[in-house]
Design a protein around this ligand. Structure first.
Ligand SMILES: CC(C)(COP(=O)(O)OP(=O)(O)OC[C@H]1O[C@@H](n2cnc3c(N)ncnc32)[C@H](O)[C@@H]1OP(=O)(O)O)[C@@H](O)C(=O)NCCC(=O)NCCS
Length: 203
């Protein structure tokens, strides 16, 4: 039908996707570092979200796989989401900066959790359900291929619209906070993350 958008396919990135490395790089950096979408961190964080070299290595990382959303007609990449194992993360520690103190004590073992990151949809393609589709595919992958029970995301606290969306997707804010890893990239030194988690299944 004229004007109707092509279906979106989601797949795990492989070496073959390096053919579109530059296009994928553009999707990520436009999503994070430009205006135009319904949510961005362009006003909060400086510099590229990821360099081409970092992205190349990330797309080949089979332990922490990247899901890619493609337009099934043009085969153009439209979105990304990386699923990271949590046990290779350093302990967040007790975050007491910017007037906040962590009181949340996480009881789920790290090897049962996975972190959703490098999550982007091209600004011109946002708000058509691609982000939700990527999250749903990631939750399924975490459970079936990685045998984990919980997913987590960390979100800059100064982005309430994004936190509300994750909450609608079932993620829960227990009050856990985390420092931004590289303070030199921040446009405002008070910026930090809140950590949201969700069990993959309701018990
Ligand atoms: C976050 C992101 C991946 C979501 O992708 P998306 O394709 O737009 O997501 P969807 O279309 O599935 O969902 C959009 C949601 O935003 C809501 N939305 C749209 N415009 C909005 C606005 N102006 N204010 C608040 N919410 C809005 C929609 O109603 C929808 O919510 P619903 O699913 O409850 O109906 C995308 O916005 C993005 O790339 N952002 C920049 C990078 C980023 O911030 N990544 C996450 C870091 S933690």
């Amino acid at each position: 039908m004229p004007g109707e958008k092509a279906p979106i396919t989601v797949r795990v990135a492989s070496e073959d996707d390096l053919k579109q490395l530059k296009q994928i790089h553009t999707v990520i950096n436009k999503a994070y570092r430009s205006e135009g979408g319904w949510t961005t961190e362009a006003h909060l964080v400086k510099e590229e979200r990821i360099t081409l070299q970092e992205l190349e290595a990330t797309l080949l990382d089979t332990v922490n796989p990247v899901l890619l959303a493609y337009d099934s007609e043009t085969n153009l990449p439209l979105g990304t989401l990386q699923i990271e194992t949590y046990e290779h993360y350093p302990d967040f520690g007790v975050f007491t900066g910017n007037g906040h103190t962590n009181t949340y004590v996480d009881t789920v073992p790290k090897e049962k959790q996975a972190v959703l990151g490098l999550f982007s949809v091209h600004p011109e393609q946002q708000s058509r359900g691609i982000g939700r589709k990527l999250v749903e595919a990631a939750l399924q992958h975490i459970e079936s291929a990685m045998d984990r029970t919980h997913a987590m995301v960390y979100v800059i606290v100064q982005r309430p619209e994004l936190i509300s969306w994750y909450t609608r997707l079932g993620f829960i804010d227990h009050g856990e906070k985390m420092q931004f890893p590289d303070a030199s990239r921040l446009k405002d030194p008070s910026i930090h993350f809140c950590v949201l988690r969700r069990p993959l299944r309701e018990n």
